[in-house]
Structures are given as C-alpha cells and as structure tokens.
Design a protein around this ligand. Structure first.
Ligand code: ADP
Ligand code: MG
Length: 289
C-alpha cells in the first residue's frame, strides 16, 4: 500500500469516464454537442432501452479525416483549442477532449465518419477502449457513432443505472432542450424504433417548440424581449392557462447554451406565484445573451 503507482491509460480512462458519464443522457449530450460543434444541420438520435443497449447519433457535419480518427478517441485530444489562450475566444460546446475517450472506455463503440474531401469513409470499432478494427467503408459525409452495451466492463456502474423509463426521460428532456435551443438544426429523435419527433430545422424556435411540446403550449405563449446595458433576454413565457407539476418546462439558455440555474428559476417562479396554482411550475423558453 505504501508504493505509489502510475495508473495505466485504460484505468485512467475508466476513472475519467466516471466523471464525464454519469448516465446514458450524459453520452447523448456529449455526442450531440460534438455534432453541433461539427456544424451539422441534421442530427438523428436513436436510443434503445434508456440508452443502455443502444445510443446512435448520426450527423451530416464535417466528419473526421481518416488519419485523425484514432486521435479523436485519445484523452485530451481536441480540434477545438490549441493553447490556453484559445479558452478566451472559445465558442464550441466541447474543448476538453475527454468525451470520446471516456465513452469508448466503458462501452462498445462503432464510428463511421467521412469528410467532404474524402472518397471513402472510415469505420472504427473500439471495445472497452481497445481498437478492434479500422477499415475503409462507404458512407456519407458526416459522423455516425453507435454506442452499445454501456458499462459492460464496469458491471457495478451498470447496476446503478436507473430504470429504462427513467433514463429515457432524462434523454428525452435533454434532446428537447438541445432541439429547441438549436432551431436551425433539424433533429430527429427515435426511441425503441419509434420516431418521437422530427423538427424542421427552419430556424424558428416556436416551430421547434410546437413540434416538441405541442400546440396547446404554443397557443399559450407570449413572446418577450428585453435589453439592459448588461444583458438581453428574449423568448417565450406561458400565460396562466398552462403550467406543469415539474420543472422540466423551464428552459433557460445563455448564449444559446442550455443551463440549469436554480437562482434564475426561483426568481421567475416567484413572479408566477400569484397566477398559477401552488406546487405547480411555469412553462417558459428564455435565452439570455
Ligand atoms: P472535445 O469535443 O472536447 O474536443 P471529444 O472527445 O468530444 O472532445 O471529441 C474529440 C474530437 O473528435 C473533437 O475535438 C473533434 O475534432 C472530433 N469529433 C468528435 N465528434 C465529432 C463529430 N460528430 N463530427 C466531427 N468531429 C468530431
Ligand atoms: Mg466533445
């Protein structure tokens, strides 16, 4: 016990995976954010059994060049920053270069990717962090990531996953938030082979809200817009005809990025207190810049 060991890469990646991947929804978040960072205009998300058995993300973004595919799965491998100064001007969602390495460490991953310049796509299979194969294949420009058998090599963590229904709810809530926050991207969401929704990608947030939350919500929204010297806020707030029994319909974004802020939520909920029933939560979609 007194000797100090240097951990091997596989152990390091599994430990890092514990921080990056809390649940299947964390994988969906990382992969969809990668697709957004790759300038995709169409992203398909498919899951099975709460994401435990399958998470498949297909995008039409810029793809990864054949020679870079291995690097994408290495820790601290990123195309988004080069040096620490770049953090000051960063506008991508990712930059730590940990997601793919962590996901690959605790699942079976297949990636098919192709850039616009390449004639053939690359297919790489990684199980538990070990490269099984890398071959040329046919495919469209963009990236497909298929994650199966989550935590198959860390059974203790698999056991701690919630029910399929609970994990699906977390994924659905996340995709709703990403799709409404990125109305210029067409999102298709498939759960257990059933299409749940497909947004238009026409740039209109209200159209995305309508597809995802339905007309009864959209018909009760009021558009707002406010500018102060310090910030601006715009979006939609519901009137008192609609309210919910949980906080999942409180959408807050900063510069287009979905955030959770109990501070902001509490302030807004306080304002709604007088007009909606006790123990109910308001519905709103707000972007702060
Ligand atoms: P990060 O997003 O922090 O850079 P990741 O591990 O998520 O780290 O991804 C590593 C790299 O792999 C990215 O920087 C990017 O260059 C590439 N990559 C990952 N996913 C995609 C994708 N869907 N399309 C294009 N490139 C991708
Ligand atoms: Mg990333």
């Amino acid at each position: 016990m007194s000797r100090i060991n240097i951990l091997d890469d596989s152990t390091i990646n599994k430990i890092a995976a514990g921080e990056v991947i809390e649940k299947p929804a964390s994988i969906v978040k990382e992969l969809v954010e990668n697709s957004i960072d790759a300038s995709s205009s169409y992203i398909t998300i498919e899951i099975e059994n709460g994401g435990k058995d399958l998470i498949k993300i297909v995008d039409n973004g810029r793809g990864i060049p054949h020679d870079d595919v291995n690097k994408a799965f290495m820790r601290h491998a990123t195309s988004k920053i080069e040096r620490v100064e770049d953090l000051n001007t960063l506008n991508s969602l990712g930059f730590r270069g940990e997601a793919l390495a962590s996901i690959a460490a605790v699942s079976k991953v297949k990636m098919i990717t192709k850039t616009a310049d390449e004639l053939t796509a690359t297919e790489m299979i990684i199980n538990g962090g070990n490269i099984v194969s890398k071959n040329p294949t046919s495919g469209n420009t963009g990236t497909q990531l298929i994650v199966s058998s989550l935590f198959y090599n860390t059974p203790a963590r698999r056991k701690f996953l919630k029910s399929n229904q609970a994990e699906t709810m977390a994924i659905t809530d996340l995709i709703n938030k990403l799709a409404i926050g990125n109305p210029s991207i067409r999102f298709k969401y498939i759960n257990n082979k059933k299409t749940i929704f497909e947004t238009t990608g026409d740039g209109s947030a209200i159209n995305a809200i309508s597809v995802i939350q339905g007309r009864d919500i959209v018909d009760n929204l009021i558009e707002i817009s406010y500018k102060s010297p310090f910030f601006s806020v715009s979006g939609y707030i519901a009137n008192n005809n609609v309210y919910r029994s949980n906080r999942n319909f409180e959408y807050i974004y900063i510069n287009g990025r979905y955030i959770k802020s109990s501070n902001l939520m509490n302030i807004i909920n306080e304002s709604y207190k007088a007009i909606i029933p006790i123990n109910k939560y308001p519905v709103y979609f707000l972007n702060f810049e």
